[in-house]
Design a protein around this ligand. Structure first.
Ligand SMILES: Nc1ncnc2c1ncn2[C@@H]1O[C@H](COP(=O)(O)OP(=O)(O)OP(=O)(O)O)[C@@H](O)[C@H]1O
Length: 244
């Protein structure tokens, strides 16, 4: 079943065309990677998918419904679309559990239910050993896991992960990769933007490559790695595919 369809979407900021006539789709249960050099338009595309921005042209269909009908970003959350933020900003003076409970309240009504959701999700996010500490005391790796947990607590069907590996050590990154792998199910579609090639190549079923706002390639990780257009775009940006 198709969960997401992006049709000829364009987003302009004054003179800049940040996203230019992009189309793609994602199936239920799929992990779809989006890569591209700095400034390619990835963040803008995510902001369009999560309702923070509106396209100038084209449309975005979620489960067959045009998201233009939704007025606020919270309508996106209510309908099952969750996004993590590149710059994680937990409520520092609240515990890890309380942070997750805040997100859980988008779907449940009572403190008991929110607490239960938070505990279950913290377990999934490999963060249950930090349940009762203040979020302000977490390491960067733990903050990234908390960010993931907050998104999961809204019970999404479409999860948008924006550079969740950034700033992590190798072992922290491997843990987050394991967490994301464990989320795989036919009820959840994951779209992930990531600069770290190892992570995106390991996780993605399919990858879309964008450069200067346009889609330049789409395929399996192996197909994308061998694509001459992609190699050219990345060599220009100084990133070597050979490492992956
Ligand atoms: N609010 C804005 N106003 C003007 N230009 C913008 C705005 N947001 C993004 N842009 C421009 O749009 C283009 C795409 O930016 P975007 O942040 O989406 O790229 P990106 O692929 O996410 O980059 P990075 O990998 O560095 O995060 C860039 O040229 C950027 O300068």
């Amino acid at each position: 079943m198709e969960v997401l369809r992006v049709e000829h979407v364009t987003k302009r900021f004054k003179g800049v065309i940040a996203v230019h006539d992009i189309s793609f789709a994602a199936e239920a249960g799929e992990i779809l990677g989006i890569i591209g050099p700095n400034g390619a338009g990835k963040t803008t595309l995510f902001d369009l998918l999560s309702g923070f921005l509106r396209p100038n042209e084209g449309r975005i269909l979620y489960r067959g419904r045009d998201v233009a009908d939704w007025k606020r970003p919270s309508d996106f959350t209510q309908n099952g679309i969750a996004k993590t933020f590149q710059k994680v900003k937990p409520f520092q003076d609240m515990t890890v559990k309380e942070n997750v409970m805040v997100s859980a309240f988008s779907k449940v009504k009572t403190i008991e239910e929110a607490g239960k959701t938070a505990e279950e999700i913290l377990e999934k996010a490999l963060l249950s050993h930090r349940t009762h500490v203040l979020a302000g005391t977490l390491t960067i790796g733990e903050r990234k896991k908390l960010e993931l947990a907050k998104a999961l607590a809204t019970r999404p069907a479409l999860l948008l992960l924006d550079e969740v590996m950034g700033g992590l050590s190798e072992s922290e990154m491997n843990q987050v990769i394991d967490v994301i792998k464990s989320l795989r199910s036919k009820e959840l579609t994951i779209v992930i933007i990531e600069h770290i090639m190892k992570a995106i190549m390991t996780l993605s079923d399919r990858i879309i490559v964008i450069n200067f706002g346009q889609k330049i390639a789409e395929g399996t990780p192996d197909e994308v790695k061998r694509n001459p257009e992609v190699i050219k775009a990345y060599l220009g940006g100084g990133v070597a595919f050979a490492e992956t």
